[in-house]
Design a protein around this ligand. Structure first.
Ligand SMILES: Cc1ncc(COP(=O)(O)O)c(C=O)c1O
Length: 442
């Protein structure tokens, strides 16, 4: 289930205790845990109120939709303030607002000077944007397997490092950090840079520090399926003034505007051709209001997911998703593992019959199996990613990620919404307690 399908229910009909006794509805038991399915919902946009409205009105009334200048004596400040508060929240020296998470990834790779001849390692299970950013930089994507956290497996990451490896994408998927200590140690040992992709985990932390603040660069998406949102948007954080300067220049045609120049002290880099990924003041205003609600949203998500974990913790043999830092998890879903895909699929059917739907891990793709990846297609036949010797020899396809495919086929999760009521989390507990033992026993 991805964020599009986040469920937000209303009518509850039974309690957790009652749910434990009965036969699953899919096995002929006649009373499902809920009469109606939990309904779908989003997170950040569900928290829109007068605060976002005031920010938007302000931009309309001052007629200053562009981040760097506009009419009047006052400079526009929405995006700049968002950047300052974002850096403070993420505990980093610098933050850069951009148009999307994909733009943030391309900007991060540009900041790290990644290009033709370089290799970048990414997990076999993540979003298209990760692979695309590497290819669009002219570098070679190299896949590593995932572990049961659904994130990059550090042991396989180390096996994939070559003298050409310049960076690794440590992607924190579906609310949970990857095994970051191990990834950072391996990267340091091999002098490889770490880009933390926190698109799906804004608000999560790792051993007390916000995800994104521990690698060389962290990136975020602020698209509608994410923890906070303006429909579209992205951001990048770093503690390194040179990386920030190069990122700022790349996102704005190669130039460094005065406020960012002031932030880095004196410029250290000459201009170069960049892209145009500037955020508008409308987006900045909405994101500022959303960012100020982030802690409230994260606390509600964690409270609801903790209730569910507590409610199922005594289930015999229950196997959870590997959580490298359970306290730092965002809590957007509660995943359970099964011995086989058949049992997992029976769980999906049975949970649906209880009107508490569960889904396989989602919001990402098994990239090595995507047809244009298998065929190494690019927009030009001489694209540098695949013209080096390594690029010509590399083979993608299901063969390069059998463990990833196996793990994803054996897990299923129930999404958690921060606005769930106690009744709704009780229904989730009741459905899992009713269905999981029946499926795993069979
Ligand atoms: C892991 C990951 N990285 C990057 C992105 C790209 O973000 P955007 O859609 O804002 O370009 C996404 C989007 O869902 C994502 O899930």
């Amino acid at each position: 289930m991805n964020r599009r399908n986040f469920v937000l229910g209303t009518a509850a009909v039974t309690t957790a205790a009652a749910g434990q006794q009965r036969k699953p509805a899919s096995d002929g038991g006649n009373t499902p845990v809920r009469e109606t399915p939990l309904r779908a919902g989003y997170i950040g946009s569900d928290y829109y109120d007068d605060k976002e409205r005031r920010e938007l009105n302000d931009v309309l009334e001052t007629k200053r939709p562009f981040r760097w200048y506009g009419p009047g004596d006052e400079p526009p400040l929405k995006v700049l303030t968002f950047e300052r508060e974002f850096a403070a929240r993420l505990q980093t020296r610098f933050a850069l607002a951009v148009t999307s998470g994909s733009a943030a990834l391309s900007t991060a790779l540009a900041a790290l000077e990644i290009g033709p001849g370089d290799e970048v390692i990414l997990p076999a299970w993540t979003w298209h944007s990760c692979y695309n950013a590497i290819v669009l930089a002219g570098a070679l994507p190299v896949f590593a397997e995932i572990d049961e956290s659904f994130n990059i497996d550090p042991a396989d990451l180390e096996l994939k490092i070559t003298p050409q490896t310049k960076a690794v994408m440590a992607v924190h998927l579906q609310g949970s950090p990857c095994q970051l200590d191990a990834v950072l140690a391996i990267a340091r040992r091999h002098r490889v840079k770490v880009v933390e992709d926190c698109a799906q985990s804004m608000g999560a932390s790792y051993k007390g520090r916000p995800v994104g603040s521990l690698g060389d660069i962290g990136i975020y998406s602020l698209q509608i399926n994410k923890t906070i949102t303006a429909g579209e948007g992205g951001a990048l954080v770093t503690n390194d003034p040179i990386l920030f300067e190069r990122a700022s220049r790349f996102h704005d045609l190669g130039s460094l505007r005065a406020p960012h120049q002031k932030a880095v002290g004196s410029p250290r880099i000459d201009g170069f051709p960049g892209s145009q990924f500037r955020m508008s003041e409308f987006t900045g205003g909405v994101l500022l209001a959303q960012l100020r609600k982030l802690d409230e949203i994260v606390a509600a998500l964690r409270a609801n997911s903790s209730r569910v974990y507590q409610g199922i913790r005594d289930l015999p043999g229950a196997r959870l998703r590997l959580l490298p830092d359970p306290k730092g998890e965002l809590g957007t879903a509660v995943f359970l593992g099964f011995e086989t895909k058949e049992k997992r699929d029976r769980y999906l059917v049975a949970m649906k019959a209880e009107n508490v739907p569960a889904s396989p891990p989602s919001g990402s793709v098994i990239l090595p199996t995507v047809p244009h990846v298998v065929q190494k297609r690019t927009i030009h036949p001489a694209w540098p990613s695949f013209t080096t010797e390594r690029g010509r020899l590399i083979r993608y396809g299901a063969e390069c990620c059998p463990r990833t495919i196996d793990i994803l086929s054996r897990f299923a999760g129930v999404s958690i919404h921060p606005r769930y009521t106690r009744r709704e989390t009780d229904d989730i507990i009741a459905a899992i307690r009713k269905v999981y033992p029946a499926v795993t026993r069979a």
